[in-house]
Design a protein around this ligand. Structure first.
Ligand code: PLP
Length: 406
């Protein structure tokens, strides 16, 4: 056993801020008490701000993000409906798998891992779908397996250019609360998230934000899928009064309250700017090491997770194991197609410069121990220079912190 907590740098679950942990360390409470709605109703309202919604509502399930994926599909679509999806990493792959198993007909764009949502192909397919057979378009905002962020505004443009009425579904599990998500502006109809990534909580809440359009479709479709536990109708009836159709995870909700307060206190835009700085510092280190990211081009770079390719002949699992056993550091593994080829550094949630510096230091040692030819101090040095150049806090504590993206 280590006297120091393992350094957790996987892209979820992320580190839990101390105020959030303490907010959850409370006795169990009565989820039907007359006081409970005073606590729950503002949570729904504050979540809407994080998703930047212009209308609609947010559902909170006692599930992981996968439950919210399923909720989006089963509450709006019917068996046999055609949908447009793309696959370029383990998470987009699993969403396609779910859609197929739930009986949707998937028109699939199979993309190279390390790229993202193919906007031109989407535009083409949507323009050709004159009869509007495609009922929903899916996009994984941040593919956590490869460290790729896709352009959701671009997907909206493709839909608008084709004057296509399909719903837009976005997986924001590893982006919401860390990267800018503008549901209202981008016309996103269902945005999926979970508690254990940007929200800095334990796993256990599936969070699904839905537009008014999605709610209208939910009301009007015939021959819909069966659903019970995930039913929006049951949720709406009780949520409107501040309650839930079944026992809510009250401690996680207390934690969510605390994390929403922390996010609001820092300022959403400052949170995004901080994530950009953390991501850019990691990328500066990767560059200085002479290594490559799995993300093929700069436009795909993710500010919440970096998947780093080990050089030919070096098994990424050795790097992961060395980091874990020798340096008490958990890094993300390579999943599926990229297993053994990449290791991932999660840089989302409650992180600052010193923590990123720490993980880069440990990764540097693990890389050297695994036989990767890099220079000790090169990556950490590059990150340090980047952080100093883009400092957001004053050195004297006098000025208010400012968001500054470089
Ligand atoms: C983590 C993750 C999921 C799965 O969420 P669970 O909470 O593990 O069910 C889905 N999509 C993306 C992009 C993720 O990062």
């Amino acid at each position: 056993m280590n006297i120091v907590q393992p350094h957790l740098f996987i892209p979820g679950p992320t580190n839990i801020p101390e105020p959030v942990r303490q907010a959850m360390n409370i006795p169990m409470e009565d989820m039907r008490s007359p006081e409970f709605p005073k606590f729950t109703l503002p949570i729904f309202e504050d979540l809407k701000k994080v998703f930047k919604m212009k209308d609609g509502r947010v559902f909170i399930y006692p599930s992981s993000g996968t439950g919210a994926w399923e909720s989006a599909i089963t509450n709006t679509l019917a068996v046999g409906d055609k949908v447009l999806m793309s696959r370029f990493g383990q998470f987009s792959l699993l969403w396609v798998d779910m859609a197929e198993r739930l009986g949707l007909k998937v028109e699939l764009c199979d993309e190279e891992w390390g790229t993202g949502v193919p906007l031109e192909k989407y535009a083409d397919i949507l323009a050709k779908d004159k009869n509007h057979e495609i009922k929903a378009v899916f996009a994984t905002h941040n593919e956590t397996a490869t460290g790729v962020t896709s352009d959701i505004a671009g997907v909206r443009k493709a839909l608008d250019a084709a004057k296509h009425p399909a719903l837009l579904f976005v997986d924001g599990v590893s982006s919401v609360g860390s990267l800018d998500m503008r549901m209202g502006e981008w016309g996103v109809d269902c945005c999926v998230s979970g508690s254990q990534k940007g929200f800095m909580l334990p796993t256990g809440l599936g969070i699904l934000a839905v537009s008014q359009k999605a709610l209208d479709v939910n009301k009007s479709t015939n021959g819909r899928m069966n659903r019970c536990f995930l039913s929006w109708e049951d949720m709406i009836k009780t949520n409107d009064l501040g309650f839930f159709p079944y026992t809510p995870a009250t401690q996680l909700l207390r934690g969510l309250r605390a994390s929403l307060d922390l996010i609001a206190a820092e300022g959403l835009e400052n949170v995004f700017a901080r994530h950009h700085r953390m991501g850019a510092a990691v990328r500066a280190a990767v560059d200085a090491w002479g290594l490559k990211l799995c993300a093929k081009e700069a436009k795909w770079h993710s500010d919440t997770v970096s998947a780093i390719l080990t050089p030919d002949g070096i098994d990424a699992n050795i790097v992961l194991k060395t980091a874990y056993y020798r340096y008490n550091t958990s890094l993300g593994t390579g999943l599926n197609k990229v297993a053994g080829k990449v290791f991932r550094i999660g840089h989302l949630g409650a992180l600052d410069e010193g923590m990123i510096g720490g993980v880069l230091f440990n990764v540097e040692m693990a890389l050297l121990d695994s036989g990767v030819n890099i220079k000790a101090g090169s990556g950490t040095g590059a990150a340090a220079e980047y952080f100093r150049k883009t400092a957001t806090r004053s050195a004297t504590g006098v000025d208010a912190p400012k968001a500054k993206a470089a």
